[in-house]
Write a protein that binds this ligand. Sequence first.
Ligand code: IPE
Ligand code: IPE
Ligand code: MG
Length: 248
Amino acid sequence: MSTSTDTPAHVAIVMDGNGRWAERKNRPRTFGHQAGLKALRKIVEHCGNIGVQELTVFAFSSENWKRPEKEVNRLMELFMRALDRETKELHENGVRVRFIGDLSAFSPEMQHKIDLAMRKTGDNNRLILNVAANYGGRWDILNAARKAARAYANGEISIDQINETYFSEQTSLTAGHDPDLFIRTGGEMRISNFLLWQSAYTELYFTETLWPDFGPEAMDRALAAYRSRERRFGLTGEQLRRSSAQGS
Ligand code: IPE
Ligand code: IPE
Ligand code: MG
C-alpha cells in the first residue's frame, strides 16, 4: 500500500458509461462495450508504463446479469473474444491476468479460456491485471467468511486467528495490497458493490468522462488528483509530517 503521494501501487476502476457513450452516438449499447475494451487496452498499457503495479477493473458485476438477455449475451461474446485476442499481447507485455468473482456462473468454455489466460500469464510481474467478472463486494466478503468458518470447523485455525490479515487473505485480492486509488468514470458517485472490504482507505476519484473516452491523459488527471491528497489513515496531519521529516 502506498502511503505517500507517489504513483499509486494499486488502482481500481469502475469502467462505467459504455452504454450512454453509444446511445449518444445513436449506436447499440454493445458498440459502447467494444469501445470500452479498446479504452481498457490503452489504460493497461499506460499503467505498465508509469509504474502502477496492480490494476483491478470492474468488467461485470453480479447484478449485471439482470440486464436484457441480448446485452448480457453480447457481453459474454465480447469477453470470449477478448480472452482469445488479448492474452498473447498481455503476456508479451509482462502482464499477469487474474479474474476475480464467482466464475462458476460462466459457461465451461469461458471458464476454460479464463483458466488458460491465468495460467499462461501466471509468472509475469510487470503489472497485475485483476478483471472483476461476476464480482460483488458482498459476495467477496461472504466468501471469505465462509472460508474462515470452514477452516475453523476443520480445526485449522482458532477464532483469535481470524484477524484483518487472515480475513484479507481469504478475499479475492492479495492481502496487503488494497487499492490506493479508486476511479469511477461515467459520473455516478457510488461504489456499486465493487471492492467493499478492500477500499476501506482507498482514495476515491469520480469523473464525468464516459469510460470509452477515458484515455491516458484522463488517467494522468486522476493520478494528479491522487498525488494532491494527504492520506492520513486516522493520524493527524502533523503526525504525518513529523514522520516523513524523520524519513520513516
Ligand atoms: C459499464 O458501462 C459496463 C458494464 C456494466 C458491463 P454501462 O453498460 O453500465 O454503461 P452505462 O452506465 O449504461 O452508460
Ligand atoms: C458497475 O456499473 C459495474 C461495472 C462497471 C461493471 P453499473 O452500470 O452496473 O452500476 P450502476 O447500476 O449504475 O450502479
Ligand atoms: Mg452503468
